[in-house]
Write a protein that binds this ligand. Structure first.
Ligand SMILES: [Zn+2]
Length: 227
């Protein structure tokens, strides 16, 4: 009798364990993540963006400009203390950043230095102006990565800063790119008034689609337009 109970226990374990593992995997795949990024800040709109993110239990990444770090140090602290991530967007935000093989590196070092002055810590996350497919050469990219900088592009572009902003159009772009996206979505947004106003609608949508909105970290493989 006792032996048969033990046998049943073994059979049950043999059936149940793989089933539990399978269900765990299935549910793990159900969990969708998204990385929202804001370029060109901080600006006077940053506090409102942070507040909206908090309301939706979302985290994002801010790729900031050196001049604006100096101008709005309190907003930088606010981004950091609200557990959102910070990345570097450079100094000039113009063609000047592509003027020599070391120019992007020099701009990012200067931006990181400004960040360290405010926070006591820097960031290795980088987004180059207009994306790496614009004018970033292999040599420029290599120089950045030799210094430990990680270049992030995007794979979802709602076009929130191009021409006249029509909310329905931005939402349509967001939904279209998300549907096409085969990897974890990295959404390109900008730290600006019209985007801050549109943000609740976008976060509402992402939440309803089951996305967990996370900050970027320095251990992930970046989405890159270079390859
Ligand atoms: Zn930019």
């Amino acid at each position: 009798m006792r032996k048969s109970i033990i046998n049943y226990a073994w059979i049950a374990a043999a059936v149940l364990l793989p089933l539990i593992l399978f269900l765990q995997l299935a549910f793990a795949e159900e969990e969708k993540s998204v990385y929202i990024t804001f370029d060109d800040g901080p600006t006077l709109n940053t506090p409102k963006i942070i507040e909206t993110l908090e309301k939706y239990d979302a985290k994002a990444t801010f790729f900031v400009l050196e001049e604006r770090i100096v101008m709005y140090p309190d907003f930088i602290k606010q981004i950091y203390h609200s557990k959102n991530a910070l990345g570097l967007h450079g100094v000039s935000h113009s063609e000047a950043i592509y003027s020599s093989p070391t120019a992007p590196l020099e701009e990012m070092r200067k931006t990181e230095k400004a960040l360290k002055t405010v926070l006591g810590r820097g960031s290795k996350l980088v987004r180059v102006p207009f994306g790496s497919s614009y004018r970033l050469s292999r040599e420029m990219a290599k120089n950045l990565s030799l210094d430990g900088y990680i270049i992030w592009d995007w794979n979802v572009d709602p076009r929130d800063s191009v021409g006249t902003i029509i909310p329905e159009k931005v939402m349509k772009n967001l939904k279209r790119d998300l549907a096409r996206c085969k990897e974890t979505p990295v959404i390109l947004l900008h730290d600006r008034k019209s985007t801050a106003e549109l943000l609740p609608m976008m976060l509402e949508y992402l939440k309803s689609e089951g996305y967990k909105m996370l900050p970027l970290s320095e251990i992930e493989t970046p989405v890159s337009h270079l390859h």
